[in-house]
Unconditional design. Structure first.
Length: 207
């Protein structure tokens, strides 16, 4: 029986995925405000009706993409922190792994999407709520890691773990990303960034 060369028709899930992928590409290039449904339609190679079959509006597409991206981010951070706890990695190595992950986000296919989502969250309560929930999940995971390291004497146990987690989140998720995007040749890579943080926080021995 000869091998068929016909391309099978897209399933409903494939079509939805194509629209989301095209939307990501358009948003990365032009931002949320300048991208139109016509741009997405052309990039996806689908009809306008196909888009409306899956999404009510461009805003809903943005919300879905934000939720999916942040969900995957939370899953990956959870994986990194679980490995750190199970293998009892040094704090500097944990920071490096977290920054390595953010590095992939910064220089991956959706470059600077995080910045665009942050901006959108200032005017869209739905996006803000999604971000707050995702970021709190990550921060809560960091509280568990810090508490574990405090018990083992790796981190000062006189400092509140909740506060330390807020700082850890800030410097490794938005902080690393911002310096990588906006400091140009002055930005530093994950390993150097982690070592600089450790050096900054390490108590100095006074004679």
């Amino acid at each position: 029986m000869p091998l068929s060369t016909q391309i099978p028709p897209l399933t409903v899930n494939d079509l939805r995925g194509r629209i989301l992928m095209a939307s990501r590409q358009c948003f990365s290039k032009r931002g949320f405000d300048l991208t139109t449904l016509g741009d997405i339609q052309q990039a996806a190679g689908v009809s306008r009706g196909a888009i409306y079959h899956h999404f009510k509006s461009k805003e809903e597409i943005i919300q879905v993409i934000t939720s999916e991206n942040l969900g995957r981010m939370g899953d990956k951070v959870a994986e990194i922190l679980e490995v750190a706890r199970s293998e009892h990695l040094p704090v500097a190595k944990v920071l490096e792994h977290l920054c390595d992950f953010v590095e992939q986000i910064v220089f991956g296919p959706g470059q600077a999407m995080g910045i665009r989502v942050w901006a959108a969250s200032t005017v869209d309560e739905g996006i803000r709520s999604t971000m707050v929930a995702a970021f709190e999940r990550i921060r809560a995971l960091m509280v568990e890691l810090i508490a574990d390291y405090q018990k083992k004497g790796e981190i000062d146990d006189t400092v509140d773990a909740q506060e330390l987690a807020s700082v850890l989140f800030s410097v490794t998720i938005p902080g690393f990303q911002v310096q990588r995007i906006f400091l140009d040749e002055r930005s530093i890579a994950p390993k150097a960034y982690a070592l600089a943080l450790i050096a900054l926080l390490r108590p100095q021995n006074k004679a």
